[in-house]
Design a protein around this ligand. Structure first.
Ligand code: 13P
Ligand code: SF4
Length: 360
């Protein structure tokens, strides 16, 4: 028996028609945002697609839309809730669409680290910076402590700003984005960076290591991008002469160092759009995006950097049945899977997000 509100079967041949009809019925009341890592079946219904930065800007730019349907992951929907008006409702079609990297920094652990820095008397010199890929709690912590949020497209600008405010940065939660930006874009040495491991007493660092460090990196990483290796780069260069290696800055340092180009998902798309016909590209980022680009550019040879790496399983949780379900629930007058951030956290997180949006 069919219950109203049930998730439709993936085999339902009417899913596209149902999504189209529900979206049309909602009209301007709904604004659908789609991250570049979403499946094609979902992306076709997005009003705007983008990287994390563009989607945050876009969420803030549509105060008239009653519902922001966020096809992405939980931390993005939280940021959208923080940046939208109190009357707007942000919906994540599947609540299981989290992010393993964001889960690697929990507020209690970060506060413990900060207490350690306070005991050492160095918090006055430290500016906390969190990657967008973190919970609202962590963004709130950063806002309370006069820091900034960054994304993969503005990490250098966020670090430039931070080093004008203090002499050290505490970078959460992606060690690779922090290290890659500091060393490859800002000229720091690898020795200027230390790795704070929340699972070790004192972060696994001595007092002197913390006092001397310029970048204190949190031990977090992306479980998808962390799987590309230097070996993948060497292998593709041998196999495909003249190949251009293009990777996301969430990849390991040695991979980014060995690549030809590095940038956010939006940068990757622009680079491939602008590439010469006949050129070859090995791309180190999530598979949905690489496949979409390969299909869009049959005149260019666009391949995945490593065949052993797969989709982001949490991004992939949002599929057409979840999208149809969420849209039809809205048409029926119910608000499914609303993402809300408590007002105090939202206030402080907004300070750090606004600081990012105001970066030059
Ligand atoms: P960008 O789209 O900002 O490059 O982020 C990539 C990512 O991992 C999102 O989860
Ligand atoms: Fe998180 Fe990595 Fe998936 Fe992005 S690709 S949502 S950082 S696990």
């Amino acid at each position: 028996m069919d219950c109203p509100g049930d998730l439709p079967a993936p085999s339902d041949p009417d899913l596209v028609a149902r999504a189209t009809a529900a979206k049309a019925a909602l009209g301007d009341r709904v604004f659908v945002l789609g991250h570049h890592y979403q499946r094609d079946e979902v992306i076709q219904f997005a009003d705007v697609t983008g990287d994390s930065f563009k989607l945050a800007q876009q969420a803030a730019a549509r105060p008239d839309a009653e519902f922001i349907l966020f096809c992405g992951v939980h931390f993005m929907a939280e940021s959208a809730d923080i940046l939208t008006t109190p009357d707007q409702k942000v919906i994540l079609p599947d609540l299981a669409a989290g992010c393993s990297m964001a889960d690697m920094a929990v507020l209690g652990q970060v506060e413990t680290a900060w207490e350690r820095f306070e005991d050492l008397g160095i918090t006055g010199e430290i500016v906390p910076v969190t990657y967008m890929n973190s919970s609202a709690d962590i963004k709130g912590f950063v806002g309370r402590n006069k820091g900034v949020v960054c994304t993969s497209s503005n990490a250098k600008r966020a670090l430039d700003w931070s080093f004008e405010q203090g002499s050290k940065v505490f970078f959460l939660p992606d060690q690779h984005l922090g290290r890659n930006t500091a060393v490859l874009e800002m000229g720091f040495d690898l020795d200027d960076c230390v790795l704070y491991d929340p699972h070790k007493p004192g972060g696994g660092l001595t007092d002197d290591q913390l006092r001397n460090a310029r970048m204190i990196l949190w031990r977090g990483h992306c479980s998808v991008h962390g799987r590309f290796t230097l070996e993948s780069v060497r292998e593709v260069r041998e196999r495909v002469p003249g190949v251009n290696v293009l990777v996301h800055p969430e990849c390991r340092h040695e991979v980014v160092r060995a690549a030809d180009y590095v940038g956010s998902t939006e940068y990757i798309i622009k680079a491939l759009d602008a590439a010469e016909p006949g050129s070859s590209w090995a791309v180190g980022t999530e598979l949905n995006l690489v496949r979409r680009m390969a299909l869009a550019h049959p005149d260019k040879q666009i391949m995945f950097l490593d065949r052993a790496v797969c989709y982001c399983s949490t991004m992939n949780r949002i599929d057409l049945p979840h999208l149809v379900w969420a849209l039809e629930e809205l048409v029926a007058g119910r608000v499914p899977n609303q993402i809300t951030v408590d007002p105090d956290t939202a206030h402080h997180a907004r300070v750090a997000l606004d600081q990012m949006l105001a970066l030059p």
